[in-house]
Design a protein. Structure first.
Length: 223
C-alpha cells in the first residue's frame, strides 16, 4: 500500500465507472469577480445521492505537503469495500486583507479548493448549460409499503363481534375516523386484527366470569 491508494482498487473503480455513467455536469449557478462557477453546496447536491447509491464517499481534510511543508488539502475517495484513492493539493497560506482576517481568507481558499478537488477526483466538470438543471439526479424516495386490506374472513368476524357487543354506530364511526377510513371494508388487516384482539380478550374475560358464577351457584345449591 502507498499513500495515494489502497492495495486493490478494482471494486472502487467499478463503482466509479457506474457513478460517472449516471452523473451530469454541474451547472455554474454562482458568479463572482466576473465569472461563473458552481459553489461547493451545488457540487455536493449533485454528487451525494449518486455517491451513496454506488457505495462511494468523499472525505477531505487539511494536511501539509511532505515535499514543501506548505498547507495542503487531501481528498480521499472511498468505497464500501474499504478500497480508496486520494490526492493532495498544496496551497500558499493567505494573508489578512482589509476586509477579512487571515483565517477567513484561509476558509475561502479551502472551500475553493474543496470543490475543485471533488470534481477532479470524481472526473466531473462544470457547465453553463441551463439544460443541465433539468437532468440533475433526484434522490429516490423510500418505498412505503401499502397496508394489506382487511381479509374477507376477518371482516366477517369483526362484523360479528360488533353486532354481538351492540357497538354503537357513533363508536364505530369514531374508530373508522381514527384509522382514516370511511367504512369497515377499507380497514387495513393489521388494524382489524388489533380490534379483534380487544373483542376476543373481553369475550374470554366474560366467559371466565360466567363460568365462575356458575361454579358459585353450584356450590351454593350443593351446600
Amino acid at each position: 500500500m502507498n499513500n495515494t491508494q489502497s492495495e486493490s482498487v478494482g471494486a472502487l473503480f467499478t463503482a466509479l465507472c457506474q457513478f460517472q455513467g449516471e452523473v451530469v455536469h454541474i451547472y455554474k449557478d454562482s458568479q463572482a469577480f466576473g465569472f461563473k462557477y458552481a459553489d461547493l453546496g451545488s457540487v455536493l447536491d449533485v454528487v451525494k445521492p449518486l455517491l451513496l447509491k454506488n457505495g462511494l464517499c468523499v472525505s477531505q481534510m487539511t494536511t501539509s505537503c511532505e515535499r514543501t511543508g506548505k498547507p495542503a488539502l487531501r481528498t480521499v475517495l472511498g468505497h464500501s469495500s474499504g478500497e480508496w484513492i486520494s490526492g493532495t493539493m498544496a496551497f500558499n497560506e493567505p494573508e489578512a486583507t482589509k476586509k477579512n482576517s487571515s483565517i477567513q481568507n484561509l476558509g475561502s481558499v479551502i472551500t475553493y479548493m474543496r470543490r475543485y478537488a471533488i470534481c477532479a477526483i470524481l472526473g466531473i466538470t462544470q457547465t453553463d448549460d441551463e439544460d443541465v438543471r433539468s437532468k440533475e439526479p433526484v434522490p429516490e424516495k423510500p418505498i412505503v409499503p401499502v397496508p394489506e386490506k382487511i381479509k374477507p374472513g376477518t371482516l366477517v368476524e369483526l362484523e360479528g363481534y360488533i353486532a354481538a357487543f351492540g357497538t354503537s354506530p357513533d363508536k364505530i364511526k369514531l374508530w373508522l375516523t381514527h384509522n382514516k377510513v370511511s367504512k369497515l371494508d377499507d380497514i387495513p388487516e393489521t388494524f382489524a386484527q388489533d380490534r379483534l384482539k380487544v373483542y376476543r380478550e373481553v369475550t374470554e374475560k366474560m366467559h371466565q366470569e360466567t363460568q365462575q358464577q356458575q361454579g358459585n351457584c353450584n356450590e351454593q345449591r350443593d351446600g
